[in-house]
Design a protein. Structure first.
Length: 533
């Protein structure tokens, strides 16, 4: 795998090469100067020649376009040149040949008022992926964008910048989603999310699953679980070719984090789910991390020389909200007691080891500093696994969740409580169920003070486990809302006074399925408890 230093140098080489080839035929050429290897960065340009599409004889924008990680002056634009999303060699039907694209950003959908444009390499070694950080934009403003190569023009995407950090924002509309197993059926939630036209979409992990199979449009045509970069590129191609997913990416900027299935089920840092898979797992994880970076509009560097990828980051939405995007996989301690469902706590004393971590020491310190230093009204944790204790007597239902890391959870909640961090909202995926709950002081009993709120979004398509909980008395869990059966997403309206969340569910996983609001909850600023409305 290619390390970050090598990528930095090669991206610079690609830019110089394309600059030399194309500058002579264009009046004003802007090619993004890159400071960190993660993307180009450009200001306004009046003209830029469209690069040739040598050897490309079909639409290379088969995976659509996306934008993400907005800040007040810039946003990251993404595409990947692919004519065959299911090509098993990893080159998307284009071959191991470098290309470049022209990109444009406009204030109108017809591109009559283009405010920024330029050229960006689409190197073969990065799967012909394109990451452009477009700088110099106006804060809190909507834009349209597109890409061009040869005679081909991409679909048009819509994006927006974040408000200025000190802007007293009246409202933020956001959606959050997770867990979209391709082979489970149609992603019928996405057309409804598109109709909502949110300001921002948060995706909380399990964007792809490592499982092959399926038929027709939902097929993942791998012979076995992915192991190589070519395998993972095919996996993303099978997922991102979906028209509904592409439309959802094109309607608003996304902020994406991962969970486990982007590599394999329930892996922990460098430890695979099955010990027998340990040989070769490091290379598999490197390939998966590289593919993750290649397929999302991320404001982060590509993988480092050791294969690591810094996914945790934060973004701000004026004075209204600060979002802390967490990585609960790459640095966590291994799951205890064989990672068994329904673990008896008395038979698993190591679960209470104070040194166990979900985030790793560096990320824990970063989060503590960010939470205690934030002056935003709402502090949002965009993360993966359920933080609320789901324990029945001595039985811990799932040690892959924060229940398997109680000391780490206590450290976080104790910081929130003792430092007086108010209006903390934890957004969660992973569990294929929807829910809402209070998070209480770790130093009190079950009726102790509430210090934060947790909202859990159900899966886009991954199977739930409603039949497993039918007939169980879940009242001891203290949930304000729970739905273990349906699929969908959550949409939130955030104001300085109230966080309102509607849990949207679809009738089934077929194209055109209807959607409805299953429940609505609210959190009042200054009062951390969740209430049904």
């Amino acid at each position: 795998m290619t390390g970050r230093h090598d990528l930095d140098q090669r991206l610079l080489m690609h830019r110089r090469r394309f600059l030399g080839l194309l500058a002579g035929s264009t009046g004003a050429l802007v090619l993004g100067a890159c400071s960190d290897g993660s993307s180009g960065s450009s200001t306004t340009s009046t003209t830029a020649a469209v690069p040739p599409a040598e050897g490309i004889d079909a639409d290379p924008f088969a995976l659509g376009v996306a934008s993400g990680d907005p800040d007040p002056r810039s946003v990251v634009l993404w595409t990947r040149l692919v004519v065959d999303p299911l090509a098993d060699d990893g080159w998307g039907g284009i071959g191991e040949v470098d290309h470049a694209v022209r990109w444009e950003v406009a204030t109108d959908e017809g591109f009559d008022d283009v405010v920024a444009s330029g050229l960006e390499p689409a190197p073969a070694e990065l799967g012909h992926s394109v990451h452009v950080t477009v700088d110099g934009l106006a804060a809190g403003t909507g834009y349209w964008y597109r890409f061009q190569i040869g005679e081909f023009t991409s679909p048009v995407g819509r994006t927006r910048t974040a408000p200025a950090d000190d802007d007293a924002v009246d409202q933020l509309t956001l959606a959050f989603a997770s867990c979209q197993l391709r082979t489970a059926g149609a992603w019928s939630a996405y057309p409804h999310l598109v109709d909502d036209e949110p300001d921002l979409v948060l995706f909380l992990g399990d964007y792809v699953y490592e499982y092959p199979g399926g038929e027709g449009e939902t097929a993942v045509p791998l012979d076995d679980e992915p192991q190589t970069l070519a395998d993972y590129r095919l996996l993303y191609g099978a997922y991102k070719r979906d028209a509904g997913l592409q439309a959802a990416h094109a309607v608003a900027p996304w902020v994406v984090t991962w969970d486990d299935h982007e590599v394999e089920n329930n892996y922990a840092a460098g430890v695979p789910e099955d010990d027998d898979d340990a040989p070769g797992f490091d290379e598999r994880r490197r390939a998966a991390y590289q593919a993750f970076w290649e397929h999302h509009p991320l404001r982060i560097d590509p993988p480092a020389d050791d294969g690591s990828l810094q996914v945790h980051r934060s973004l701000r939405w004026g004075t209204l909200a600060e979002v802390f995007v967490l990585d609960g996989r790459q640095f966590r301690s291994d799951q205890v007691c064989g990672d068994q469902v329904a673990t008896n706590r008395r038979e698993c004393p190591e679960i209470d080891d104070e040194d166990r971590t979900m985030l790793g020491a560096e990320q824990e310190a970063w989060l503590d500093e960010g939470l205690t230093g934030s002056d935003a009204t709402w502090k949002v944790l965009a993360q993966q696994t359920v933080m609320k204790a789901l324990v029945l007597g001595d039985i811990v239902l799932n040690v892959d969740q924060w229940d398997g890391y109680p000391a780490a959870r206590a450290r976080l909640l104790r910081t929130i409580e003792q430092e007086g961090v108010d209006n903390v909202v934890v957004l969660t995926g992973d569990i294929h169920a929807a829910g809402a709950a209070d998070l209480r002081s770790p130093d009190a009993n079950a009726d102790g003070p509430v210090v934060a709120a947790e909202l859990v979004g159900t899966s886009i398509s991954s199977p739930g486990f409603g039949s497993l909980v039918d007939g169980l008395d879940l009242s001891p869990l203290g949930l304000a809302y729970a739905n273990f059966a349906d699929h969908g997403y959550a949409r939130c309206t955030v104001t300085p006074e109230t966080w309102r969340c509607e849990f949207v569910v679809v009738d089934d996983l077929t194209d055109g399925a209807a959607a409805s609001v299953d429940a609505t909850v609210e959190i009042a600023a200054g009062t951390p408890g969740v209430r049904r409305v």
